[in-house]
Ligand binder design. Structure first.
Ligand code: ZN
Length: 304
């Protein structure tokens, strides 16, 4: 169950646009020392640093935003999912804008570049959170539960009011191979009918069919169609992996989610960290211990 911490062997450069800002952005991933975690660095703002941690979760409408001392980076979830899915713990993410580039709307371009750069094993053990008693959050008809399990896995169920989105479910074991094969290439999706409202609210300025699955009244409008028949539930799992990585440690448990979005995912991280009686940390140098308490999380409306 336990493994050594990992970083990347060399720098990786990405150029792309922000999904919501539409701005061009350059992002460089750099190897980082043990026990650093994932650190976002705004090179356009005096190299201000934001740790990818629950306490820095600032907004969760349409994407997950991390913020510290008034400096933010939004749409971090697919990049964090790539790190979480491949078991990469320590990376310095230098970025010259306020949004992670969307690439093709999935985590595929990130994971392939990370795999090409090579993964460097480090000397310290990566601690994990092992669930002992179920942790549960609910908001309306959306729920997430994490149950004790020796092997980490995710079960996800969606049922939205659209012909393409009715009753999709998937059980995905949390393994690097499984993530690469089953989850990483699933793209973000949205409804054409929402486009005007999103743009009127300053969102989705960079959205195109090159970086999102666009749904019309009945069908997918992208010419190339879907990458998986159930690409939507797979993308929801991808988002969940990215958002739950803000716990700061891999979770050993069975995660069961129904229609959750970034807001509820963030609530689960907060609930988990504030329920230390429900888990133990394995692999910590000080032995079993509790992670940081008193998580300050500003909850915003949850819209997937
Ligand atoms: Zn997403």
């Amino acid at each position: 169950m336990l493994r050594f911490q990992r970083t990347i062997k060399k720098e990786i450069l990405f150029n792309g646009i922000g999904l919501h800002t539409g701005k061009q952005v350059m992002m460089i991933l750099k190897p980082a020392p043990m026990d650093t975690g994932i650190v976002l660095v705004r090179t356009d703002l005096g190299c201000a640093e934001i740790n990818a941690a629950a306490a820095n979760t600032a907004a969760t409408s349409y994407s997950t935003t991390l913020s510290r001392d008034g400096v933010s980076v939004q749409t971090v979830e697919h990049l964090l999912a790539a790190f979480g899915g491949l078991g990469i713990d320590n990376v310095r993410v230098e970025i010259d804008s306020e949004e992670v580039p969307i690439m093709d709307g999935s985590a595929g371009p990130f994971v392939r570049s990370l795999a090409d750069a090579g993964i460097q094993t480090q000397e310290n053990i990566q601690p994990v959170v092992k669930i002992l008693k179920p942790v549960f959050v609910r908001e309306g008809n959306k729920q997430i539960a994490i149950w004790p399990s020796e092997k980490p896995s995710i079960s996800y169920f969606i049922d939205f009011n659209h012909p393409m989105l009715r009753e999709q479910s998937l059980h995905a074991p949390c393994s690097e191979d499984g993530f690469l094969r089953e989850i990483a290439d699933a793209r973000t999706f949205g409804f054409l009918s929402d486009a005007d409202v999103l743009r009127a609210n300053g969102l989705a300025k960079g959205v195109s069919m090159d970086n999102a699955v666009v749904l019309g009244e009945e069908t997918v409008l992208n010419k190339e169609g879907l990458r998986y028949t159930d690409e939507f539930v797979r993308h929801k799992i991808l988002d969940l992996i990215g958002d739950l990585s803000l716990t700061g440690m891999p979770i050993i448990g069975h995660i069961v989610a129904h229609k959750s979005g970034h807001g509820l995912n963030a609530q689960m991280v907060s609930k988990l960290l504030n329920s230390p009686q429900n888990w133990i940390v394995l692999g910590s140098p000080e032995g079993e211990k509790e992670p940081a308490r008193e998580v300050q999380y500003q909850h915003h409306a949850a819209i997937s």
